[in-house]
Design a protein around this ligand. Structure first.
Ligand code: SF4
Length: 434
């Protein structure tokens, strides 16, 4: 019998997770790059993960994880591969440890996963699902985002003439794309899930997300599920008279992942035009919901990488403020922190100019020194810091990407009436106000 611990480069996601789109074929996780989701949809005429489960694109990809890797993982898993060049922390390892670590949240499903990989896997075994609602609506314009995830960024690109920016080919005419989705189609997947994750656009502002949540509640399966919502934390609207606060209590637990890039007012600059006080007000409201915890998640990009310790600082302050309320023990007796943070996605690939490789060497040195000014951080969450520090130390400087990023920042600053160096003066030698 194959044991996961004996496999060279295993990831659970292709075996038990599906990330579903209404408009494109599903993929194993949100980190994959260049997965041919449009091509697969055209080839098989469906976006249904159950119908596509045994098609060669999916079965060949799964098999590579049982055989130590191969050309498909090399191509599509480039973010995890890049992360693992710099430290042991990668999306793959985080997902893996959920099963293999004795305290991992899905450790109880390890046996099931191992049994599954020893079958012919012809039946799907989805335990977690990520739902990408069929709309790119988002009220923010984060520089490093793309038009697929933000209608506002797509509109800004159009307004300032960035017609060839990454992903713009589909948004040249219409910057807000919305399609209807019949969430009833997901009934067969929903009934077996232990985790339902909703991502955006701005998740809380898209009606289909509420339709899916309501369906899980109506089916009576929400009480078995961890509800995970990624949100920019700026909006909590009502759909059909009900907001997210109404639905959360129906779930086994809820994790609100609030996307931020900096702690405090600096966040307003990159997650433009958000207001820090609104985000914090909503975060505190989420924290009052039953069995709910809050995770502040950042991307790791050229502008944020020197400032991430400040986010951990802010989280430690919140924990102190909330005292004993900062710790939540779940039904299984596992204790979690009400407030946490994660250095989430590495901005990498697809020619994204905001990759950390755009940071010039003198700024890197300054950031690396700054890390040590944050007291005992290196000890507290060593693996996180080691990874970030190593990106700064090891990634070759990409001069061309850097130039493109500076141009992008300057053009957006002019349009928004902002100025990078007012907030981050270290970029002065590289910045020209337009
Ligand atoms: S290795 Fe990384 S990119 Fe590949 S499926 Fe796993 S989490 Fe996704």
């Amino acid at each position: 019998m194959i044991k996961i611990k004996d496999l060279e480069w295993f990831c659970p996601q292709p075996f038990m997770n599906t990330l579903v789109y209404r408009t494109a074929a599903p993929q194993s996780c949100c980190v994959l790059k260049q997965w041919p989701k449009g091509l697969i949809k055209r080839k098989y005429g469906t976006t249904n993960p159950i119908e596509l489960h045994n098609e060669e694109e999916y079965s060949n990809f799964r098999n590579e994880f049982l055989n130590g890797g191969g050309p498909l993982t090399k191509k599509y898993c480039e973010v995890c591969i890049e992360q693992e060049k710099h430290s042991s922390q990668s999306h793959r390892n985080i997902y893996l440890e959920k099963f293999t670590n004795e305290w991992g949240e899905y450790h109880e499903h390890l046996e099931n996963l191992e049994e599954y990989i020893n079958t012919d896997m012809s039946e799907p075994n989805f335990k977690t699902m990520e739902y990408v609602a069929p709309s790119n609506f988002c009220n923010l314009r984060c520089n490093m985002c793309g038009p697929y995830n933000s209608s506002s960024l797509a509109k800004e690109n159009k307004d300032i003439g960035l017609h060839d920016a990454y992903g713009m080919e589909q948004f040249k005419d219409k910057t807000l794309k919305k399609q209807k989705d019949d969430v009833e189609d997901y009934v067969d997947i929903l009934k077996n899930l232990v985790e339902l994750k909703l991502v955006g656009g701005e998740t809380l502002a898209i009606k289909e997300n509420y339709d899916l949540i309501k369906l899980a509640v109506d089916m009576g399966v929400s009480e078995n599920m961890s509800l995970r919502i990624t949100t920019n934390g700026t909006l909590t609207p009502k759909f059909d008279g009900k907001d997210i606060f109404h639905y959360i209590p129906y779930f086994k637990e809820c994790i609100m992942t609030i996307s931020i890039e900096f702690w405090g007012e600096k966040n307003n600059y990159l997650r433009f035009p958000s207001k820090w006080e609104v985000i914090m007000k909503n975060a505190r409201k989420f924290a009052e919901c039953p069995r709910t915890r809050i995770m502040f998640a950042t991307t790791v990009n050229a502008l944020t990488i020197g400032y991430l310790p400040e986010i951990a600082d802010g989280v430690y302050e919140l924990r102190e403020e909330y005292g004993s309320r900062s710790w939540i023990t779940n039904e299984e007796g596992l204790t979690y922190s009400l407030w946490s943070w994660a250095s989430g996605s590495l901005v990498w690939g697809d020619g994204n100019q905001y990759a950390p490789s755009s940071v010039p060497l003198d700024i890197r040195e300054m950031y690396m020194n700054k890390y040590f000014e944050h007291g005992d951080f290196m000890k507290k969450e060593y693996v996180d810091w080691q990874k970030l520090y190593n990106y700064l130390e090891d990634m070759p400087f990409d001069k061309e990407l850097h130039k493109e990023m500076m141009k992008d920042i300057q053009v957006r600053d002019k349009h928004r009436g902002t100025c990078l160096t007012d907030i981050f003066p270290e970029w002065e030698p590289y910045y020209e106000k337009l």
